[in-house]
Design a binder for this molecule. Structure first.
Ligand code: UD1
Length: 419
């Protein structure tokens, strides 16, 4: 299994291009099965989760072609032969449940393995199922699978108790081909939801309000295939911002959208990081020791839970005490014990972590536990004195395209080694 080995202490300087967003590409690819014909995507990141989704769509009977170098994927969903997302695929990628809504809308039936828990929490899909039932679907859980059927989905008024990103996307996709109007209250406002709504509208759907907490979807009888460019990845953007801040670097982050990283930008400025918006990107300059700031994760436009682990690394080197509260997932502090091995002073108390800044971190062998935790360990390694070896990097490969190559071009001493 591959490891990433980092010699810390290098200042990162230069330009970096951001890839397409994983969390947008996944619902966009799922939406392609709503159209009878070939949908073409550009700016698709080259990631394990995208390969898993391609496999999932091929299993359903779609003809999927990809050019990883050109970052393009085409999906011809004219003929679907299966309505099943099997356990083998869902267990490696929970977002496979994004095909539930589209399959039900297109074929009137879906059989999707239940995702189960993961390192960061229980991650149920009960809200997706509740909403589909309101839309007239009959749902049973059998042998670990959700079995759903509906001759024709009907528009409904739906309220989500908890803001759910993939839940909002699943229901938007299902409602696009339902009979009548669906109103989704307390919907997720994430930019990836807006990207999905933009694709669906381009395909002929009638969705209003995406990006606010009330989304209205007027069902249409069919959707047509189109070409679509995936939005930039705001989590990769944020990860490079923190890399610059941590190494007292000067990085220009290109092909990103400033507005999508606003909560992070405000917090980083509060911590003393200089951030300038330039014509084609955002420049991030780390000048001095970081000021400790408090952070609380929330649904968008709040501080992204997917940036919590990376922000914690920055705070381990702060000049005081920082309280980091995780309100989205119940168990998202798996990186703490690994950071402690590198000398960080962190105490977890329920949903909060108290991070007392230390003057330096020291390199150590560490183990990635989930996708964003693995990014945080890479960041810690860049800032630490000596050598850090991050193992279980398959987590990293699910969501970051060639991160070691991008960091190495900025001056980091980082390499991947096979074991
Ligand atoms: C998406 C992102 C993930 C991000 C998360 C929160 C994708 C592919 N993944 O995950 O990177 O960390 O949003 O921003 O876009 N919940 C329920 N019942 C449900 C659905 C969710 O209780 O039916 C709970 C979850 O357990 C969690 C919270 O709601 O505590 C938010 O989860 P959700 O927004 O659904 O996360 P995902 O869409 O899985």
């Amino acid at each position: 299994m591959d490891k990433i080995v980092i010699e810390g202490g290098e200042r990162l300087v230069g330009d970096v291009e951001i890839s397409g967003a994983k969390n947008a590409a996944l619902p966009l690819l799922a939406a392609s099965i709503l159209a009878e014909g070939t949908t073409v995507f550009e700016n698709v990141p080259t990631l394990e989760d995208i390969r898993t989704t391609r496999k999932l769509l091929s299993n359903l009977g779609a003809t999927v072609e990809a050019d990883e170098k050109k970052h393009s994927v085409s999906v011809d969903a004219s003929k679907l032969i299966s309505h099943e997302a099997p356990y083998e695929l869902v267990k490696t990628m929970r977002a496979s449940s994004l095909v539930l809504g589209p399959l039900l809308a297109r074929l009137g039936k879906a059989r999707v393995s239940l995702p189960g828990g993961c390192a960061i929490g229980a991650r149920p899909i009960n809200l997706h199922l509740m909403a589909l039932e309101k839309m007239g679907a009959e749902i049973k859980i059998e042998h670990g699978y959700v079995e759903a059927k509906a001759k024709k989905l009907r528009g409904a008024k739906i309220y989500f108790d908890i803001v759910t990103v993939t839940g909002t996307e699943n229901i938007m996709m299902a409602a696009s081909l339902a009979e009548g109007t669906t109103v989704l209250e307390n919907a997720a406002c994430e930019p990836e939801v807006v990207d999905t709504a933009n694709l669906l509208n381009r395909m002929g759907a009638k969705i209003r309000g995406a990006g606010t907490d009330v989304i209205t979807i007027e069902g249409v009888s069919s959707l047509k295939p189109v070409s679509y460019r995936v939005m930039p990845d705001r989590i990769e953007t944020g990860t490079f911002m923190i890399a610059s801040a941590l190494t007292r670097g000067n990085i220009k982050i290109k092909d990103c959208i400033e507005e999508h990283s606003m909560a992070l930008i405000i917090k980083l400025r509060e911590a003393g990081v200089e951030i300038k918006v330039e014509g084609d990107g955002i420049r991030v300059i780390g000048h001095r020791r970081i000021k400790s700031v408090d952070v609380k994760t929330l649904p968008y436009p709040g501080f992204a839970t997917d940036m919590q682990a990376q922000m914690m690394v920055l705070m381990t080197l702060g000049d005081g005490l920082s309280v980091i509260s995780e309100t989205v997932f119940e168990n998202r502090f798996m990186h703490v014990s690994e950071l402690q091995r590198m000398g960080a002073d962190i105490r977890v108390d329920g949903h909060s972590a108290l991070v007392k800044g230390v003057p330096y971190l020291s390199g150590a062998p560490v183990m990635a536990t989930d996708l964003r935790a693995s990014a945080s360990l890479i960041l810690a390694g860049l800032a630490a004195e000596g050598t850090t070896e991050v193992s279980r990097v398959y987590h990293l490969d699910r969501g970051y395209e060639r991160i070691e190559e991008k960091l190495s071009r900025l001056g980091a001493k980082i390499k991947r080694v096979g074991t």
